[in-house]
Design a protein around this ligand. Structure first.
Ligand SMILES: Cc1cc2nc3c(=O)[nH]c(=O)nc-3n(C[C@H](O)[C@H](O)[C@H](O)COP(=O)(O)OP(=O)(O)OC[C@H]3O[C@@H](n4cnc5c(N)ncnc54)[C@H](O)[C@@H]3O)c2cc1C
Length: 511
């Protein structure tokens, strides 16, 4: 049996599964290499993966799956990613509506489709991107129009992984042109379209970097008629359906690199112990050791973060930020490790005879597929910005004993004073002494002095009218931030109040 690193929180079943998939991959590496060199899609290996049930870790046992959760999905992705095109197809098949059908499908739909996901008898593809819709995934122009009990789809999809080899295409189409629906993201609906449906055809295969023998292409929908049964989720709820699966999808897209990272660490040791330059094996050069240490660290951090995120998903959490971080760092690491390993191998690293350049290409590709790194950062920022923990006041209060602003939980010296122009101006001007470059929010002011929001608003309006404070307004025109202007500072306190010098500063130099 092969040796696989497991985590202490994995169940025995998950640990066994990891060993089984790893052994399968070891047994099939050579065949995958042959397909890679012949530039042929590895149909026979995909069939074997299916026969082993490896497409089923995310599917409940009730529908023929292994019920090993997101962790099981990551275990399979991590190992199968070592088999070139198989990894891409496994990943996309997991993304092709599995989570969406589980969450939004009716019982009949689950019974109809999930067994074929689990046993791999149907490969899935996911169809979001279009000539008009990339990062702006809501801008789909492919339409779906209701006609009796059927839907008629027209339009195009592009950049679709497994195009042609997939049997089931999870497709997002526009079902409303109402601008109000568009604003509410209620204009999209999701559908399952089967290969072979009249009017549904393959338009083009992209010759894509990192996809040497995995197809990625364009699809054409020309009056494609599908039954209403193939609609997943309610009409106009396609955006919610798309979003629902994103955490799982990003995570699988992250996990798929883990096995290759580990293979490349092995390659780095193997190669540098056998390459001699300047009378030494290259592993004795400190620079090479540093690079290998860095790759090992990245490989371990990547796995730890990925499986931590999988655990959160399996525990029923919605780790939006973590899944985006996993996707971001794994693809970034893949690109970086690819570059590092090429450098370690020198010219050999650039040849196709070693799998170094492959990771560089796949890493770069990974930074674009399933939401670019910029989009992941947008998600990480926006969702973090909403968290209460990042919206706490970072309170510094002036401390006379040390004559400096220090972190303090004590009430402000103004707390409880009457809420009038003079006192509020003092609070705002005092903040210049503590945070000279910052504005205060109205809530910061209330925290310092107390009183109601409406009473404070009146005082602030009055201070604005008297031109004693500067204001920054939000998009609705409401007061978002306030700061004493120079007139306000002068009116609130004597000049001495704001002066501050370190003890070493010469009296003679003060003016
Ligand atoms: C290998 C591969 C496989 C793929 N497989 C599939 C698939 O199976 N199904 C599918 O539907 N799609 C698939 N795609 C498409 C993929 O999801 C898109 O390529 C991706 O979402 C980016 O869209 P785009 O290529 O149109 O780039 P664009 O959206 O045009 O982006 C171009 C650049 O602008 C940046 N950018 C865009 N918007 C913003 C913003 N608001 N703020 C900051 N920067 C921004 C991007 O980060 C990027 O750097 C695949 C792509 C690749 C490369």
């Amino acid at each position: 049996m092969v040796d696989v690193d497991t985590f202490f929180w994995w169940s025995d079943e998950q640990k066994e599964f990891a060993k089984k998939v790893a052994q399968f991959v070891e047994d099939n590496l050579e065949e995958a290499e042959l397909y890679f060199w012949k530039q042929k899609f590895p149909h026979s290996i995909v069939k074997k993966v299916a026969k082993e049930g490896f497409f089923g870790p995310g599917v409940p046992k009730k529908y023929g799956g292994l019920e090993l959760g997101a962790t099981g999905g990551c275990i399979a992705a991590e190992q199968l990613g070592r088999l070139y095109a198989v990894g891409h197809v496994f990943t996309v098949s997991m993304l092709a509506g599995l989570e969406q059908i589980l969450r939004f499908g009716t019982e009949e739909q689950k019974e109809a489709w999930l067994p074929s996901v689990a046993d791999g008898s149907e490969i899935g593809a996911v169809c979001i991107s279009e000539p008009f819709a990339g990062s702006d995934a809501a801008n789909v122009m492919t339409t779906a129009t209701k006609d009796g009990d059927e839907w008629v789809l027209n339009g195009k999809k592009r950049m679709i992984t497994a195009a042609g080899v997939a049997d089931r295409y999870f497709t997002y189409a526009k079902t409303s042109d109402d601008p109000e629906d568009r604003k509410q993201y209620a204009h999209i609906t999701s559908f399952v379209v089967k290969k072979g449906t009249p009017g549904f055809s393959l338009e083009k295969i992209n010759p894509l970097m990192g996809f040497d023998n995995a197809p990625n292409g364009y699809l054409d929908f020309d009056n494609v008629r599908i039954p209403d049964f193939n609609r997943v989720g309610e009409v106009g709820k396609g955006w919610a359906v798309m979003m629902a699966g994103l955490n799982f999808e990003r995570l699988i897209g992250a996990a798929v690199f883990g096995g290759t990272f580990s293979d490349l660490v092995e390659l780095a040791f193997y190669y540098t112990k056998r390459r001699v330059q300047f009378g030494k094996t290259t592993n004795r050069f400190p620079g090479i050791q540093n690079e290998i240490a860095d790759i090992i660290a990245k490989a371990k951090v990547s796995r730890l973060f990925t499986y931590n995120c999988a655990k959160l998903l399996d525990d029923g959490k919605e780790p939006m930020v973590e899944a985006s971080i996993a996707k971001m760092i794994n693809t970034q690491y893949a690109r970086e490790i690819g570059t590092q390993i090429i450098q370690i191998l020198g010219g050999d690293g650039l040849t196709k005879f070693y799998p170094a350049e492959r990771l560089l290409k796949e890493g770069k590709t990974g930074e674009i597929v399933a939401g670019t790194t910029e989009v992941q950062k947008m998600i990480i920022y926006r969702f973090s910005a909403m968290l209460p923990r990042y919206n706490k006041a970072f309170r510094l209060r002036w401390n006379d004993e040390v004559n400096a602003p220090i972190a303090s939980k004590k009430d402000s010296q103004f707390k409880g004073l009457e809420l009038n122009n003079e006192n509020v101006l003092k609070v705002i001007a005092h903040d210049y002494k503590v945070n000279p470059g910052l504005y205060m929010t109205p809530d910061d002011v209330r925290e310092d002095i107390g009183g109601s929001r409406s009473a404070l608003r009146k005082v602030l309006d009055s201070l604005i009218e008297r031109k004693l404070i500067a204001v920054h307004r939000d998009r609705q025109g409401k007061i978002a931030l306030i700061k004493a202007n120079y007139e306000g500072l002068q009116k609130a306190f004597p000049k001495e109040y704001y002066k501050w010098f370190p003890e070493w500063y010469d009296e003679a130099d003060k003016f």
